[in-house]
Design a protein around this ligand. Structure first.
Ligand SMILES: Cc1ncc(COP(=O)(O)O)c(C=O)c1O
Length: 416
């Protein structure tokens, strides 16, 4: 492998042998509770029997090509049954960035405009079309970026960009989207794109009303509203979609990660009206080599069947609530925990040197924390001061609390 592997895999130095449910087993026979799930990819856990059976069955029948297949039809029928009203026209892809870039092409096709507004802290992938909207040092050294992309402040209440406090702030940060559009763009906004909860930034949850406010601003500008549900979709936040928390229906939704339960599968969902606009709608205009291939469709079908049959959206809400309560208890005992937040099984905490200044602890310290977690049997994204927790959606409460017990002990060991 070339350098640049995902940090948790790299820092762990582990070779994994197998996985079962919410546990991983390394080649030395050690077991770990999995709080990462491939960064919210493994919605149905490791090697769910129904998932394995569906993939095996499909591997023996047909594995590639874009022809209509029964398995793809079944998958799309189930998927269109859970997407928000009207968003039932779906194109399939393999990766998240690819789907977001396709959503941009769709927005350009539908509006004949070409500018995009995203948010501070955003992550929509690392490919050329979305790179300008990416926040933080990921993009250092990769300029110049494609023109026409702008960022407005996200509602990051723990570190409010306007130094205000919710609810007295009246969600003033949302208004800044209007300012960015007025002051920085040429007025040709194809779409406003937002993560309903920001994953990479640290599972940052905006207050109620933020998403609907920016949706209204997008509408007012004649721009489309894209919800990037890559991480937040399929029950991750305790509702089917992240936008459900604010009762918002986007014009375009991008999906990935949990939809394939580990198989590279992503999608763009939109309306009949928008998707019929060329060049997106031209033959081969929105397709890709792997989009909707029969194996990916089998993985998507199996994952959705498991998510619905096993009530994993409800499980996410229930177990997530128990985890949040336990994390809040931990915050009372460990002064280093500055903030705790969570919706469903998308939880986050910030480790700070001082609760007043909110200065984050050093990466050296958190790398030790990561090792202390591993030694005790937990893989978690605890190698950075803003810790993200996103286990499989079918984790049971006992295993979830076992993982938090380990995190609690490890925090105590590194930050006595
Ligand atoms: C919200 C969001 N969009 C897009 C992506 C990009 O997905 P991929 O890594 O599959 O390209 C990610 C990946 O973490 C993401 O979190």
């Amino acid at each position: 492998m070339a350098p640049g592997l995902q940090s948790f895999a790299l820092y762990s130095g582990l070779a994994m042998a197998r996985g079962q449910g919410s546990r991983l087993f390394d080649e030395d026979g050690n077991s770990y509770v999995d709080f990462i799930a491939g960064i919210a990819v493994g919605s149905v856990g490791h090697c769910h029997p129904h998932y394995v059976a569906r993939l095996k069955e499909q591997a023996e029948k047909l594995t590639f090509g874009s022809f209509t297949t029964e398995v793809r039809a079944k998958f799309l029928e189930l998927l269109a049954g859970v997407t928000p009203p009207g968003l039932t026209r779906i194109q399939l892809f393999s990766g998240g960035s690819e789907a977001v870039e396709a959503a941009f092409r769709l927005a350009k096709s539908a509006t004949k405009k070409f500018e995009f507004v995203g948010y501070t802290g955003a992550f929509h992938g690392k490919t050329g079309g979305v790179l300008p909207l990416l926040w933080g040092d990921f993009k250092n050294g990769l300029g110049p970026f494609a023109p026409g992309c702008y960022s407005a402040p996200y509602a990051y209440c723990y570190r409010c960009p306007l130094s205000l406090t919710y609810p007295d702030c009246g969600i003033a940060c949302a208004e800044k989207t209007r300012d960015v559009i007025r002051d920085q763009t040429s007025g040709a906004i194809a779409a406003v794109i937002v993560e309903p909860i920001q994953g990479t930034a640290g599972n940052v949850i905006p207050p109620p009303g933020f998403l609907s406010a920016i949706r209204d601003i997008a509408r007012e500008q004649g721009a489309l509203f894209i919800a990037d549900e890559m991480i937040t979709g399929f029950g991750r936040t305790g509702r089917m979609w992240g936008i459900d928390h604010d009762g918002v229906v986007p014009d375009i939704m991008t999906l990935g990660k949990g939809v394939g339960g580990g198989f590279p599968l992503s999608a763009v969902a939109s309306t009949d009206e928008l998707t019929k606009k060329p060049p997106f709608s031209n033959p081969s205009g929105s397709s890709s080599s792997y989009g909707g291939n029969p194996l990916a469709a089998a993985a998507g079908l199996a994952s959705l069947e498991i998510i619905t049959r096993e009530n994993l959206v409800e499980n996410s809400e229930r177990v997530g609530r128990a985890m949040l309560a336990r994390l809040l208890q931990m915050q009372e005992r460990h002064r280093v925990i500055g903030d705790v937040r969570g919706k469903g099984l998308l939880l986050g905490l910030e480790l700070v040197e001082d609760r007043e200044t909110k200065k984050l602890v050093s990466k050296e310290k958190t790398k030790s924390l990561f090792q202390e977690c591993l030694r005790r049997g937990l893989v978690a994204m605890s190698y950075t001061p803003i810790i993200r927790i996103n286990p499989p959606l079918n984790i049971d409460e006992a295993t979830a609390l076992e993982g938090l017990e380990i995190l609690d002990e490890a925090i105590g060991a590194v930050f006595p």
